[in-house]
Design a protein. Structure first.
Length: 441
């Protein structure tokens, strides 16, 4: 056939193919796929492992900014020279000891951190908490909060190092050398020791560049009650409850059947589609009868195209974590960890013997070697706002330490949840076991 003949017949052939059911199915599927792609691009961009991830917007503060304003206003009131509010301090036997290790930073987050810990707490919650600050500069006067009125009024303990002259000299040396791997371990052990001496049933170590959500304390108490029940039934000892994790570590991995066997998943779904469509064609229902081309388009093109969305949207978008979950792998960082009293001694000894390294990695190593379960409270109860690290880490490393959904929190909803949790039997059982001191400073 000549070229001229082919050109003359092209419109006729095109019209013929466009009338085919297979073509209509293909075009409809393409339109639907593109529509879903746009919807997912708009809605599912927070998962760092999603094909729709937008790193230009995901680090923008939203709820954290609102919470920071509340926190700084809280601190300002307690820093007033005249008529500050009455301070509630820890009861003689608090349930939880909270220790914060703080150092001078170019950008100071410490006030906002403490304010977000305390703002919104019920008096019974506050009296259940012993709040300790370690000013971890060897010259504490360098820290902008050292000696501030609010520190004395709000903290149960605010100190610097109480060590021998020889040990203090060594701390000055490694501080000058910016040896954060050694000094960070020393400071962590020092904070653990402070709470160990108090003999509280649980110890929380917070970093000083975080923002906590409203209601974090009652949710933590509720989680600890659930873990206690887990422990009774499973007899599995645990090391910590994580109040912060980053979704950066929660991608599809080879431990996931659907990811490990991706070719099988695609092949199985395609084969299942072919089998079902052929069975329908052989049925007595005429409107289900599809020609071979239509079956091929659906099975070979449409099914794998839509199946691909499962992997494209990201694992956390598909399966977000809620409540108390085991996180023995992929848990990152030490922004907020809750330790039971029974584990503090062993962990302190392990860290002291090692003396040098990444604290979070060493804690994981200790848990693995002693077969201790690690839990996380989902969603995270705090945000790591200190994207500029105090330890000379790169921006890439610090940006990966981020709770990607924290900024979607709704302040009104969290306050309502907090009030409801204060009436929860588990939470009330912990809070009312401690006498409210009601003391002021």
């Amino acid at each position: 056939m000549s070229v001229r003949g082919v050109v003359r017949k092209a419109p006729t052939l095109l019209a013929h193919y466009l009338r085919l059911r297979a073509t209509k199915i293909l075009v409809s599927a393409l339109v639907l796929w593109l529509l879903l792609y746009q919807v997912f691009r708009i809605k599912l961009w927070r998962d760092p492992h999603s094909a729709f991830f937008k790193d230009t917007h995901v680090y923008e503060l939203d709820y954290s900014l609102q919470r920071e304003r509340e926190a700084r206003h809280f601190i300002t009131r307690y820093n007033a020279g005249l008529d500050p509010p009455v301070s509630v301090k820890s009861a003689p036997t608090p349930h939880i000891c909270v220790a914060i290790v703080t150092v001078r930073r170019d950008t100071d987050y410490f006030e906002a951190t403490v304010g977000s810990i305390l703002e919104g707490l019920d008096n019974h919650e506050r009296s259940n908490m012993y709040l300790s600050f370690l000013f971890a500069n060897t010259e504490p006067r360098l820290h902008p909060s050292w000696g501030q009125r609010w520190v004395e009024r709000l903290a149960d303990s605010a100190t610097t190092y109480n060590v021998s002259e020889k040990e203090f000299g060594h701390l000055q040396k490694i501080e000058k050398e910016r040896n954060f791997y050694e000094k960070g371990v020393f400071d962590y052990v020092y904070a653990l020791q402070t709470c160990k001496d108090l003999n509280a049933s649980h110890t929380i170590i917070f970093e000083d560049d975080i923002i906590l959500a409203t209601g974090w304390f009652s949710k933590t108490l509720k989680a600890l009650a659930e873990i206690a029940r887990f422990e009774q039934h499973s007899a599995k000892p645990w090391l910590y409850l994580r109040l912060f994790y980053t979704e950066t570590s929660l991608s599809w991995t080879n431990s996931d059947f659907a990811y490990r066997n991706m070719p099988f998943v695609f092949g199985f779904l395609m084969l299942s589609a072919v089998s079902c469509l052929i069975a329908l064609r052989r049925s007595r229902y005429q409107h289900f009868h599809l020609d071979t081309a239509s079956i091929a388009v659906i099975s070979v093109v449409c099914v794998p195209a839509f199946t691909a969305f499962i992997y494209m949207v990201g694992k956390y978008n598909l399966m977000p974590l809620t409540g108390v979950v085991e996180m023995n792998k992929y848990g990152c960082c030490t922004q907020g960890l809750v330790f039971p009293r029974e584990r503090v001694n062993g962990l302190m000894q392990f860290l002291s013997e090692r003396g040098h390294g990444q604290t979070d990695s060493m804690i994981e190593e200790y848990a693995d070697s002693h077969e201790l379960t690690r839990y996380a409270l989902a969603p995270p109860q705090l945000q790591h706002v200190g994207l500029k690290s105090s330890r000379d880490n790169t921006d890439v490393n610090t940006q990966s330490t981020w709770a990607f959904w924290f900024e979607t929190n709704d302040a009104t909803s969290l306050k309502k949840e907090h009030q409801m949790l204060l009436q929860d039997e588990d939470v009330k059982g912990m809070l009312w076991n401690v006498t409210d001191s009601g003391s002021s400073t």
